[in-house]
Design a binder for this molecule. Structure first.
Ligand SMILES: C[S@@+](CC[C@H](N)C(=O)[O-])C[C@H]1O[C@@H](n2cnc3c(N)ncnc32)[C@H](O)[C@@H]1O
Length: 290
């Protein structure tokens, strides 16, 4: 086995393939061939912590050790990107507010219930943003509203539940929103106000877990932004069939601006809003009851 000057072991091509496939089959994240050095660098602290001599031993640990599930979470944690901020992709959010919410309000007028899912929510900024927009619309004041944020990383979920943020998370937040929906904590830090937090809950969930997804209630709108970019075609297809099942018939799916369903052969309908292309589960869909 080759070693770097500082004694760090080099990851062989075979070890890379084994680790990449293991991570991929768990969470759909595909580490490309040219990212071997990134994987090597990011997983090295795990080997050090566990006292393992090389990446082959680390792979065996992930497969057979009693602690393998927790360690796989830690490995995925170190390989995922959690970049996010409040009011990301404002054009899409405007379409959501101005064009989708009136449709959903009309559809659910009898039930007076609304469910929105921020799937791959990272540290919570997206879920809270959606709750703030719902509050400001005043359409759902006395409705049963829940925005559910889920992520595979427990670390970011803990941050989401704390609901405290600094300047980087707020870089696209206008002063009016800051004033209305946040409490100042001093030192440039803020906390989301309790009335917004009351509409939001968070849960640990792997988007490719078919069985676990059955616990997610049927949703009116799903935001899954900047997650599919890390998935390959097969993982995207799997995710789409899961998310389609979790939407009410006629429910909408919104992806990030660099993601789309073209060439995926999914049976979503395309809906052109003024500022965005969104996707709809067909209305006449068998076996799709709330
Ligand atoms: C780049 S962040 C996007 C956050 C937010 N949706 C946004 O657009 O600002 C991607 C998030 O997806 C999560 N993620 C990646 N693979 C996942 C999976 N298989 N199941 C659930 N979450 C996943 C990561 O942990 C990360 O927090």
């Amino acid at each position: 086995m080759a070693r770097f000057d500082d004694g760090r072991p080099e990851m062989s091509a075979e070890e890379f393939r084994l680790l990449r496939d293991h991570v991929y089959s768990h969470c759909g994240i595909l580490v490309h061939e040219d990212m071997k050095f990134v994987m090597e660098r990011r997983l090295w602290p795990r080997l050090e912590l566990l006292g393992l001599p090389d990446y082959g031993a680390y792979h065996r640990y992930l497969r057979y050790d009693a602690n393998r599930h927790a360690e796989l979470e830690a490995a995925v944690e170190s390989l995922t990107t959690h970049e996010t901020y409040f009011f990301r992709e404002p054009t899409q959010l405007k379409s959501f507010t101005d064009e989708l919410l009136p449709v959903v309000e009309q559809r659910n007028a009898r039930l007076r219930r609304l469910r929105v899912w921020s799937a791959g929510c990272s540290s919570g900024e997206e879920a809270y943003t959606l709750a703030m927009l719902l509050k400001d619309s005043r359409r759902f004041d006395d409705w049963d509203v829940e925005v559910l944020g889920t992520d595979i990383s427990r670390r970011v979920l803990a941050m989401a539940r704390r609901a405290e943020y600094g300047p980087s998370a707020l870089r696209a937040t206008s002063p009016e929103f800051l004033e209305r929906h946040f409490v100042s904590l001093g030192n440039n830090r803020v906390r989301v106000r309790d009335e917004v937090r009351a509409w939001v809950s968070f849960g640990h969930h792997n988007l490719l877990d078919e069985v676990g997804s059955q616990l997610v209630p049927r949703m009116d709108v799903v935001f899954c932004r900047n997650v599919l970019i890390y998935f390959d075609l097969a993982a995207r297809r799997k995710f789409l069939s899961i998310v389609r099942d979790r939407l009410v018939p006629g429910g909408h799916l919104l992806l990030g601006h660099s993601e789309n369903l073209l060439n995926l052969g999914s049976d979503f309908e395309f809906v052109h809003l003024r500022g965005d292309l969104v996707y709809r589960r067909p209305e006449l869909d068998e076996g799709a009851r709330r």
